[in-house]
Design a protein around this ligand. Structure first.
Ligand code: F6R
Length: 600
């Protein structure tokens, strides 16, 4: 969370900084700011809100200077105001920071005793103060930043510019990601190499604890292996697609939803070729560890590991799993699941497992991410880059990859023969057509959404994988529609939640016509009897059996209950999107969220 960019390229950098920040806005959009250093000294511009607001500020009053740093914020400490926006500056030092300075209160007391005054509510403001103090104590710029890394506890990626050295940027990281690039015209730093698309050249990730200095023509690393690491630069891959980034869709979310059939096919094909699946097959138990939607993807695929592969499968929330001190069996495999590959808690699980001497496994969508580097074995879903904050195509791709993994494990464990495996995988691949048919239901889901638009709460019910679909659907509605949407296992309804049902409250029931259908329908009847407004998502057989029970019944495609459940996920994405749009909300940038959750 929070995006950092910096440029030292011999040309006025303000516009480049702002353009690059736009590529990092997925990491947070509470406020944005730049600091430029040049002959005139240190010049800061900051604005609460998204990068467009900062761009408007800078348009009328552009700072001059050829070296600069920039930041787009996801607020942790202090409200998203102008004054709390980064960069923070003190005594000729300006700093942008991603992460959390956990001991900021102690550091503020210490510095206050020395006469320093703080003007923001942020944790990050201590950083320029410490650097300035270290400079006063006689350290050079790099030493001062390295010392600051020692004083400040927690995760941090930072970039600093100096009034007394207008030719350099000093950068450092511990925990939070940071990469540096060199192109023909200069040196750059970014939280995400994707922002180097506009500069080209080659890049490398900073190692944990590393400090580097960006001059106009080069990057200098501190540490004994500074020269050796020069061999680890990778070329920046420039994007092929120019033109309209939303490809004619109303939002990135709409575009990414429409890409699901292809993302599904590509991911099934890649997962069929994943190397090392036998390592999963040799396990006596598997724990899928993830956060948010990724957790629900694990939950949705769990039955495939248990029923097909005969492998006990736990699904764990990363932030709980890490701190629980649970017991793992000798041959238990922990598989971390993440679209971004950067989620702090999930990444910490990989790091902690490695430190404990276990082999680590990850399934990630972002090829150049912290998890792909950290895990011993990393498999990639192939959904393509997702920009909309709400996971859509990455969720369905995760489900696809997990099911392929489960089937291949089932085969490796001798539970299905090669013929059955191939047929099952072909069947799975062909679901891309069913996903296309579901996408054609957009108009139908838009009309279903119209009954929800003025509601502040909603309930989602399902059983088995359909419960996971209900959880995912409710999360989508919470995050982009700001509706208090709660999902329950239908069997749990009578154990408390039914007390919340009152006339008119929307209840979405996901019920493919499988062996659980009648039970789920009973729950639907119970809420209907209490006046709920019922939206039933089912297949043709289910619709016939439900008759006129629901206020609205959407018939989903899908040859079996599993396929119908996948289809329901997509229908529920439409439901959330149309409710959010009807409320005039920005579906790509919901409030308080960020695409990549790099703080715990
Ligand atoms: C919801 C959503 C989040 C993420 C969660 C984990 O639409 O996107 O709940 O699923 O923050 O992120 P990753 O998968 O990047 O680890």
């Amino acid at each position: 969370m929070c995006g950092i960019f910096g440029a030292n390229n011999g040309r006025p950098v303000a516009s480049k900084l702002i353009d690059s920040l736009r590529r990092l806005e997925y990491r947070g959009y509470d406020s944005a700011g730049i600091a430029v250093v040049g002959a005139q000294g240190l010049d800061l511009r900051r604005a609460s809100g998204c990068v467009d607001r900062l761009a408007a500020v800078v348009r009328d009053d552009r700072p001059e200077g050829t070296v600069g740093i920039a930041h787009t914020r996801w607020a942790t400490h202090g409200a998203p105001t102008d004054v709390n926006a980064h960069p923070h500056a003190f005594d000729g030092v300006a700093v942008v920071h991603n992460g959390i300075v956990e001991n900021h209160a102690e550091l503020k007391w210490w510095l206050s005793d020395l006469g320093h005054e703080f003007v923001t509510e942020t944790d990050s403001e201590v950083l320029p103060h410490i650097i300035a103090k270290m400079r006063r104590d006689g350290m050079d710029h790099r030493q001062a930043v390295a010392a600051t890394l020692e004083y400040a506890k927690g995760s941090l990626a930072l970039a600093a510019v100096f009034e007394d050295a207008p030719d350099r940027i000093v950068v450092a990281r511990r925990g939070s990601p940071l990469a540096v690039a060199i192109s023909e015209d200069g040196a750059y730093v970014s939280s995400d190499p994707a922002a180097f698309d506009a500069v080209g050249g080659r890049f490398t990730h900073l190692e944990d604890g590393e400090v580097a200095e960006l001059t106009r023509g080069d990057v200098w690393f501190d540490g004994a292996d500074g020269d050796a690491r020069r061999n680890r630069w990778e070329p920046v891959v420039l994007p092929q697609d120019g033109g309209d980034p939303r490809a004619g869709h109303s939002s990135f979310m709409a575009k990414e939803m429409a890409e699901q059939p292809d993302a599904w096919s590509r991911t099934v094909a890649s997962a069929r070729a994943f190397a090392g699946v036998e390592e999963l097959a040799a396990a006596d138990r598997i724990a899928i560890v993830a956060c948010g939607s990724s957790y629900y993807a694990g939950l949705m695929a769990r039955a495939w590991f248990e029923r097909e592969a005969g492998l006990a499968c736990d699904i764990e929330v990363a932030s709980e799993f890490r701190h629980r001190g649970g017991v793992l069996s000798e041959r238990q495999v922990v598989l971390c699941l993440s679209q971004s590959g950067e989620t702090a808690d999930t990444l910490a699980v990989i790091e902690e497992m490695r430190a404990a001497g276990r082999r680590t496994f990850a399934l990630v969508n972002t090829a150049r991410s912290a998890m792909t580097r950290a895990a011993d074995r990393c498999w990639l879903t192939d959904a393509g880059r997702e920009i909309g904050v709400a996971a859509t195509k990455t969720f369905t791709a995760q489900v696809a990859a997990l099911v392929v993994l489960a089937l291949r494990v089932a085969h490796a464990r001798g539970r299905i023969d090669a013929d059955r495996l191939e047929k099952a995988l072909d069947g799975l691949a062909s679901l891309s057509d069913m996903i296309r048919q579901t996408l054609a239901l957009e108009g139908r889901m838009a009309s279903a959404a119209s009954a929800f638009a003025d509601r502040r709460s909603a309930f989602y019910l399902g059983r088995g994988p359909a419960f996971a679909a209900a959880l995912e659907g409710a999360l989508k509605l919470k995050e982009i529609g700001y509706v208090q949407a709660e999902a329950y296992a239908a069997g749990e309804l009578k154990h408390g939640p039914i007390a919340l049902i009152e006339p008119g409250v929307p209840v979405v029931v996901v019920a493919p016509s499988d062996h659980l259908f009648e039970k789920t329908l009973s729950s639907a009847q119970e809420v209907k009897a209490r006046g709920a407004r019922l939206l039933l998502l089912t297949d043709a057989g289910g619709a016939a059996r439900a008759g006129r029970l629901a206020d609205d019944t959407v018939v989903l495609p899908g040859a079996d209950a599993w396929a119908v459940t996948v289809s329901a996920v997509i229908a529920l994405q439409f439901l959330a999107r149309h409710i959010a749009t009807a409320r005039g909300l920005d579906v790509d940038r919901p409030r308080n969220l960020a695409k990549s959750v790099t703080v715990e």
